[in-house]
Design a protein around this ligand. Structure first.
Ligand SMILES: *Cc1c(COP(=O)(O)O)cnc(C)c1O
Length: 449
């Protein structure tokens, strides 16, 4: 990262982010200083047009790239969901993948029709299954043998036939820009394709009149930058579909290849374009099906981060600035008014971010900084290494890019911090998506308070 370049120049910010004439960051024409005055700090800001545009791009790229029957692109709600977001993405043509009763309830409140919903989870409760089947969720993804019987009994009780997919593990795992293919799968999700578990699940499902098996699901991981990660997975899933056809006479009419499409957090991150990724993945599946003589299934996908991540930023107020003298030079610890409670990704998996001084323009020489939170953990780091102007002072606002996904959705109340608000901006107007929590919200849970 070149310290002399204003970090706002890098292609990691929402599409409508600019410095305005007073040198402050504005999103869609709204000065972030005004938003902080209205909603307090820290604050999540979403560029509505950015999120809607990405949702639309995914819906259109994957429908154009399909060779067989069109599948659905579901937005993975766990990245971040609220009623407003559920409406934006469905208005732009996506479905929604929910992984809990809570995520399902938000989608229901938003009025998302059941035929646009898919349910995941490796331990869905009976109540969650009941709510999903009753609401008419289009697909339930079976993750274990126990669940086959559970979904079947709920569907039978409600007098419906539930469409299901089997989550298959195919020994491919993606890890930030790289993937590994293994034979053995030591993790909690899905049923193994290699050891015959998927075949056993098929045997059980086809005997149950309340279940209709439509296909297979495979999700290989996150932050995938090119189609190579999907290549091995697609070949193995197609081989599995072929096996089911030959050995069990079952036609797999749908393959869901999950999410994981990567986004840029740092200036050098360069994910493949949406259309190119769609063309390549769909091409890989078509080729694999051709080689096996298998009819083309409908392809579905579940991007989360790639829809909601890039359009979101977090703004914090600087509270203390502490230079630490090291063997070689100085690093300055810049403490902000949030931290691991609103962004756990840095502590959890060493994520890295781009950060910029957002309340004013500075021409001061950049200094090496670490942006840290206010929690009682030394691992409470927001941005591990970054350059900020040397005249940074308490009261300045700084913005962290690409925090729309997996930040507010993973937020906690650690140290009894209220969760920040989420506001969206569009055409110079702002809308509250989630209001800021208050001390009363927190205390209201405590009957002794
Ligand atoms: C997490 C997850 C997704 C979304 O992943 P992104 O990296 O946000 O695209 C999709 N499907 C499943 C099953 C997941 O677990």
């Amino acid at each position: 990262m070149d310290p002399s370049v204003d970090p706002l120049e890098f292609q990691v910010w929402p599409r409508n982010a600019r410095r305005n004439s007073s040198g402050a960051l504005a999103i869609a024409g709204v000065d972030i200083r005004t938003l902080i005055e209205q909603h307090g700090s820290p604050l999540f800001i979403l560029d509505e047009q950015d999120v809607r545009t990405r949702a639309r791009e995914y819906a259109s790229a994957y429908s154009q790239a399909q060779v067989g029957q069109p599948g659905i692109v579901y937005f993975a709600a766990k990245a971040f969901i609220s009623v407003a977001i559920a409406r934006w993405v469905t208005e732009e043509g996506l479905g929604i993948d929910v992984a809990s009763g809570g995520e399902l309830e938000v989608a229901i409140r938003a009025g998302v029709p059941g035929d646009r919903l898919l349910m995941h989870g490796n331990n869905k409760s009976l109540a969650e299954i009941h709510r999903a089947v009753e609401y008419g969720v289009a697909r339930i993804v079976i993750d274990s043998f126990e669940e086959i019987a559970r979904v079947a009994s709920v569907a039978a009780e409600l007098g419906v036939v539930q469409k299901v997919l089997i989550r298959a593990t195919v020994g491919v795992e993606a890890h930030t820009h790289e993937f590994i293919a293994t034979a053995h799968e030591d993790q909690k999700f899905g049923l193994s394709g290699a050891t015959g578990e998927v075949e056993e699940a098929v045997r059980r499902i086809v005997k149950l009149p309340a279940l209709h098996l439509v296909g297979l699901h495979s999700h290989i991981g996150s932050q995938i930058f090119d189609s190579s990660g999907f290549e091995v997975a697609a070949a193995r899933v197609v081989a599995l579909a072929h096996l089911l056809q030959v050995n069990h006479g079952v036609t797999i009419s749908e393959l869901n290849l999950g999410g994981g499409m990567g986004i840029a957090y740092l200036p050098d991150d360069d994910p493949l374009s949406v259309q190119a990724m769609a063309d390549q993945i769909c091409g890989l599946v078509a080729k694999a099906c051709g080689e096996m003589g298998l009819p083309l299934p409908a392809l579905s996908f579940e991007p989360g981060r790639a829809i909601i991540g890039p359009g979101g930023i977090t703004v914090y107020e600087v509270g203390t600035v502490k230079p630490i003298h090291m063997d070689r030079g100085v690093r300055t610890y810049v403490s902000v008014d949030g931290g691991m409670s609103d962004n756990i990704r840095t502590a959890l998996y060493g994520a890295n971010y781009t950060v910029a001084l957002a309340s004013r323009l500075s021409t001061a020489e950049p200094i090496l900084c670490r942006v840290v939170g206010k929690h009682c953990e030394s691992g409470d780091i927001v941005v591990r290494d970054c350059w900020l102007p040397g005249d940074i002072v308490p009261g300045d606002l700084i913005a962290v890019a690409a925090t729309g996904a997996y930040c507010r959705s993973m937020a906690s109340n650690y140290n009894q911090l209220p969760k920040p608000a989420v506001v969206s901006v569009s055409d110079s107007l702002s809308t509250t998506v989630l209001r800021r929590e208050t001390m009363n919200d927190l205390l209201s849970l405590d009957p002794f308070a």
